[in-house]
Design a protein around this ligand. Sequence first.
Ligand SMILES: Cc1ncc(COP(=O)(O)O)c(C=O)c1O
Length: 383
Amino acid sequence: MTPTSIPCADPRAGYLAHRGAIDAAIRRVLESGCYVLGPEVEAFEDEIAASLGVAHAVGVSSGTAAITLALRALGVGVGDEVVTVSNTALATVAAIERTGAVPVLVDVCPDRWVATPAHVAAAIGGRTRAVVLVHLYGNPAAAPAIRSLCDQANVALVEDCAQAQGATLDGRSVGCFGHAGAFSFYPTKNLGAFGDGGLVATDDRGLDARLRRLRAYGWDAERVSREVGENARLDELQAAILRVRLTRLDAMVAARRALSARYDAAFEGLPLARQRVEPGAQHARHLYVVRTPDRDALRAHLALAGVAAGVHYDRPAHRHPGYQASVRCGPLPVTEALADEVLSLPLFPELSTGDQERVIDAVQSFFSARGRTAPGSSSGAWT
Ligand SMILES: Cc1ncc(COP(=O)(O)O)c(C=O)c1O
């Protein structure tokens, strides 16, 4: 009998785990008669601002909208350049494009797989207006050092925390180090809604006020627009669901960390590279990603064992035909090597011990069949 497939992520399991509270929240909203930007959004904004340790949180329609609006609120527009990485979800770059600015893509550190201060410093030029720093897979990049160099260059810093809800640096949540932090509530994220949603966190009152206008056509309190905005509102159903899920966030992230630690222990001695974490950083373990030059063969082997591994991402942003002409970048050797070698193993809070055991067995059997247990790689980029 073919074993049931183990998914890479399972948002439905997240619903079933808290079904009673989520169903009650949905009913409360449906019965309220208020469905977009109402009391649930306001309460959620207060609750998540407190949990992140920021003064203001603005609910928006997606993580992509959060990045775009944060950049726009910081004054980014046509003629500007915004520095970010190509080794990210395409959404990061799509969000920059929406402002009219040119994305300038830098390479990443070969062991942390995120941009370092040196990468960012080398890319800042006369037209740079902002940096979007991606905490990829939940691994905090060196945000305090990058904020310092942004301040020196008079450039804004937006942290892309879409994959990093729950991650901290020196005890502070990511998203607190930049002028703004952008979060996504896409269903598979650490704090997932059951639809789209996003958030901008900031300590800046003026930025908060401008974001609230930009998310609704540019309207001020009198519904007069003095600048062009868009429709990027968070709805009441998602906010009510997110309020339930926020109360469980710490436990959900702890479960991700425990599962990741178990993978780490089981893969000791296998030729699989993993992401190194900054000193003082706590990884949010949104994705558990291993790196091997045998990626495609390992993925096929896992599929036969009923394990659905993912790839984040096999095509970096600068290799998407729709973006190639509008982004700027030099050679990105680490990014391109990663794209060929990374593999995301199943990771979600409800992953059972038995299913994780099956994933581990399948990974181990792949390498034992090849007679390989000692670290080794064809890629000079491993450290
Ligand atoms: C790193 C990163 N940035 C931005 C986004 C955009 O978030 P959303 O899908 O909510 O627009 C995502 C989500 O896919 C992401 O992973």
